[in-house]
Every structure is written in structure tokens, then in C-alpha cells.
Ligand binder design. Structure first.
Ligand SMILES: [Zn+2]
Length: 154
């Protein structure tokens, strides 16, 4: 899915990477003649690309950014106390990842835009991708909570 560029940094090898608003990083090398991005070599060029979209395949594959820090969590919910807002299609804010942790029972996890409809259980958490609609529904008696994470700034 497309994600806007929020910053640039050099990696250990001295190659430019773009940071996207999901927290993932992606190489934006200038290595002619194979990769031609002369703009990345100047501060003005990089500035001109802030907010430009790059396709993030790591988001498409539910990959949490590394490293990421837990920045919050919900209370423990049961099938009776889970808020309606989490059961129906909803999203997290830009840059906010979630991890649905089931400690008892089975919970259906649906992410229509990414073709996911599966059951979560203890030991099988669900990853919530920032700004992507999803729905959660306990199948009978269940206990679960959600942890919120953000990529650690470099
Ligand atoms: Zn991403």
C-alpha cells in the first residue's frame, strides 16, 4: 500500500533510506546506472520528496516495524465487555500499530482490504496495520487485549 515519506536517513552502509509514516524504512539509493535518484543526494532534493508516496510491501504483509515500542494497551476485554467500536470496522491512527493478544478462546479477525479473515487464539496474535480497516469478534467465551506500538525513531 502507498505510504507517505516522513524523513530520510543514511543506513550503516551509507545508503539513503526513506522513513514512511507507517514506521517502515525503504532504500532510495542513487547508484547509476541502475538506480537513478540524483535528488536523494541533496538536502533540497530530499525535502522536495517529503510526503511523496512509496509502495510499502511490508505493510501489505503485516510486518511490524523493527524496532517498535509498546506505547499503550487496552484493558483486558471479554466477549461481554469488548466495545462495539472494536467489533465493527475501525482503524488505528497514522503510525500506530496494534497487536491483538488473545489469552483465552477464539477471536475472529477480519481485514477486508488485505484479504484476511482468520481466527486468533493464545499464541497467535493479530497484527493491526496503521489506518487499515479491521474488525474483531470473539467466537464465544474469550479474553483479549490490544497493545499499541510505534516504530522507534532513529
Ligand atoms: Zn509500511
Amino acid at each position: 500500500m502507498d505510504r507517505p515519506i516522513t524523513g530520510f536517513s543514511l543506513d550503516e552502509a551509507g545508503d539513503w533510506t526513506a522513513t514512511l509514516n507507517c514506521g517502515h524504512r525503504q532504500h532510495v539509493r542513487h547508484k547509476p546506472p541502475f538506480e537513478n535518484r540524483p535528488w536523494v543526494t541533496t538536502a533540497a532534493g530530499r525535502e522536495s520528496r517529503m510526503g511523496a508516496m512509496l509502495n510499502c510491501v511490508r505493510c501489505d504483509s503485516f510486518e511490524l516495524p523493527e524496532p517498535a515500542d509498546v506505547v499503550g494497551r487496552t484493558p483486558e476485554f471479554t466477549e461481554r465487555t469488548l466495545p462495539d467500536a472494536l467489533r465493527t470496522n475501525h482503524t488505528t491512527a497514522a503510525g500506530v500499530w496494534g497487536r491483538i493478544v488473545v489469552t483465552e478462546g477464539l477471536v475472529r479477525y477480519q481485514v477486508p482490504a488485505l484479504g484476511v479473515d482468520r481466527d486468533l487464539e493464545p499464541g497467535v496474535p493479530g497484527i493491526v496495520v496503521p489506518e487499515v480497516r479491521h474488525a474483531v469478534e470473539p467466537r464465544g467465551a474469550a479474553r483479549l487485549h490490544v497493545e499499541f506500538l510505534r516504530a522507534r525513531p532513529r
